[in-house]
Ligand binder design. Structure first.
Ligand code: AMP
Ligand code: GLY
Length: 422
C-alpha cells in the first residue's frame, strides 16, 4: 500500500514514521515535506494548500490513500476534492472541518447540543462587541477571531484597553484577514489544560491517550503564544474518572451533534479541554492531529496506524481494538531564537545522529532544509526531540539529554516541559 502524506511539519514526520512501521505499507511519500521527512519519505514540491496539485500528484503516483494532515487544506475541501476524483482520503470533509475553521460554528454547535464550553457571544461589528465587553466589565476576557489564524487568533485581555486593542486589530485592521469578520467574546476559564486526540469515523469515537501542550514561548508559561513548545503524554491531570466524564458529556455528544447536523466527522478530532471547577469544558476543537501532540501520542500507539486509517475511511472503526503502550513520552521543541516573532534561518544543525540520538529518542523535523547534505534551520519550530520512558520523569530526562546533544545558532527551547507532572 502506498500513502501520500500532505503537510510539512513535525506532526507529519511522526505520522510518516508511524505509518512505515506497518508491514502492509510499502511506501510513504510526502508533499511538500521537509529535509528531515525526506530521509523517511520521498518528498514532492507540491504545496499542502494546492488542492488540484495534490489530486494530480496522487493520481500520478498511484497513491492508495492520501492523508491530509494540516488545517488549511482540510478547511478548503481537499478531502472532498480527492473523493470526487475517486481517491481514498483520510481526514474530514470541509463541512466537518468547519468545527475548527469557524469558532462561530463550533460555539453554536456546543450551545445547541449542550456540550460544556465557556459562555460567549458572537459579534459582527467592533462597536457592538466593545459595548458588550464594557457592559460585562469582567476581566480577563477572551477575544477570538472566527476563522483560522495560525494559532494566534485568541487574545486574553486583562482590561478594557487590551480588549479594545484586540477587537480593533481583528475586526477593523483585519490582522487575520477574513478570519476576523466575526469575533467570539467569551468567558475566561481557569484550570489545567488537556489535549485529547480521537479517532472517529463519524459514528464510533476512540479517544487516544491524553497529552499536554505548552503553548507559551517561555518558561513558566510566559511570553507570547506559539504553535506549541513541547508536549507530554499522558497528561497527569487526566484521570480515568475525568476521561469517563469527557466521553459522556463531550466526546460522544460532539460526534452525535456533527452527525445530526449532516456533517459526520471522519478523521482525527482534537479536543482542547480545560478541567474547570465546574467540570471539563471545551476550549477548542481541531479537525486534525495536533502539533506537537502527535509526536508524543503516536509513539505510544501499539495498533498499526494503517489499520485505523483504513477502518476510518471504510467507516468500520467499531471493529478495531486500539491498543496503547503503557510507557510515557515527552517532546521538547527546539525553535529558532525570536520565534514566534521574527527569526533567522539557514543555520547549520549539528549533533543529529541519523535515525536516533539514543535508544528511545526520536527527532521529528518541523522546519529543516538541506545545505548540500547537511541539515540547516528553516522555520520557527525546527526540531521536536522526543523520548519514551517508563514514566514521565524518565521520558522528560531523556528528551532533554537528546536536546543537549543538538546545537544550532540561536536555538531556543523551554527548560520546563512537563514540569507540572514531576
Ligand atoms: P486556542 O487557539 O483556541 O487553542 O486558544 C489558545 C489558548 O488560549 C488555549 O490553549 C488556552 O490556554 C487559552 N484560552 C482559550 N480560550 C480560553 C478561555 N475561554 N479561558 C481561558 N483561556 C482560554
Ligand atoms: N498544539 C496545538 C495544535 O495543534 O493546534
Amino acid at each position: 500500500m502506498k500513502i501520500l502524506m500532505v503537510g510539512s511539519g513535525g506532526r507529519e514526520h511522526a505520522l510518516v514514521r508511524k505509518l512505515k512501521e506497518s508491514g502492509r505499507v510499502t511506501e510513504v511519500i510526502c508533499a511538500p515535506g521537509n529535509a528531515g521527512i525526506s530521509r523517511d519519505a520521498e518528498c514532492f514540491p507540491v504545496a499542502a494548500a494546492d488542492i488540484q496539485g495534490i489530486v494530480a500528484l496522487a493520481v500520478e503516483q498511484k497513491a492508495d490513500i492520501v492523508f491530509v494532515a494540516p488545517d488549511d487544506p482540510l478547511a478548503a475541501g481537499m478531502v472532498d476534492a480527492l473523493e470526487e476524483a475517486g481517491i481514498k482520503a483520510y481526514g474530514p470533509r470541509a463541512a466537518a472541518a468547519e468545527i475548527e475553521s469557524s469558532k462561530v460554528f463550533s460555539k453554536g454547535l456546543m450551545k445547541k447540543y449542550g456540550i460544556p464550553t465557556a459562555d460567549y457571544e458572537v459579534f459582527e461589528d467592533p462597536q457592538t462587541a466593545l459595548l458588550y465587553i464594557k457592559s460585562k466589565n469582567s476581566y480577563p476576557v477572551v477575544v477570538k477571531a472566527d476563522g483560522l489564524a495560525l494559532g494566534k487568533g485568541v487574545i486574553i485581555a486583562q482590561d478594557y484597553e487590551g480588549a479594545e486593542k484586540a477587537v480593533i486589530s481583528i475586526m477593523r485592521d483585519k490582522v487575520f484577514g477574513a478570519s476576523g469578520n466575526k469575533v467570539v467574546v467569551e468567558e475566561f476559564l481557569t484550570g489545567p489544560e488537556v489535549s485529547v486526540l480521537s479517532f472517529t469515523d463519524g459514528e464510533t469515537i476512540l479517544p487516544m491517550v491524553s497529552s499536554m501542550d505548552h503553548k507559551k514561548a517561555f518558561d513558566g508559561d510566559s511570553g507570547p503564544n506559539t504553535g506549541g513548545m513541547g508536549t507530554i503524554s499522558p497528561n497527569p491531570f487526566y484521570s480515568e474518572e475525568v476521561a469517563r466524564l469527557c466521553m459522556d458529556t463531550i466526546f460522544k455528544p460532539t460526534i452525535e451533534a456533527m452527525k445530526k447536523e449532516g456533517r459526520p466527522f471522519k478523521g482525527c478530532l482534537y479536543f482542547g479541554l480545560m478541567l474547570t471547577e465546574n467540570g471539563p469544558k471545551v476550549i477548542e476543537y481541531n479537525a486534525r492531529f495536533g502539533d506537537p501532540e502527535t509526536q508524543v501520542v503516536l509513539p505510544r500507539l501499539k495498533t498499526p496506524l494503517i489499520d485505523i486509517v483504513e477502518a476510518t475511511i471504510e467507516e468500520k472503526l467499531s471493529t478495531i481494538n486500539v491498543e496503547w503502550f503503557d510507557h510515557a513520552c515527552a517532546c521538547v521543541i527546539m525553535a529558532s531564537g525570536g520565534y514566534p516573532a521574527g527569526y533567522e534561518k539557514g543555520y547549520p544543525i549539528t549533533g543529529l545522529l541519523g535515525d536516533g540520538q539514543a535508544p528511545g529518542v526520536a527527532v521529528y523535523h518541523s522546519g529543516t532544509a538541506f545545505d548540500g547534505n547537511s541539515f540547516v534551520t528553516n522555520g520557527g519550530r525546527v526540531l521536536g526531540v522526543t523520548a519514551t520512558g517508563k514514566d514521565l520523569k524518565e521520558a522528560i530526562k531523556k528528551a532533554y539529554e537528546g536536546v543537549a546533544s543538538i546545537t544550532f545558532r540561536n536555538a531556543h527551547y523551554r527548560k520546563d516541559i512537563g514540569k507540572a507532572s514531576l
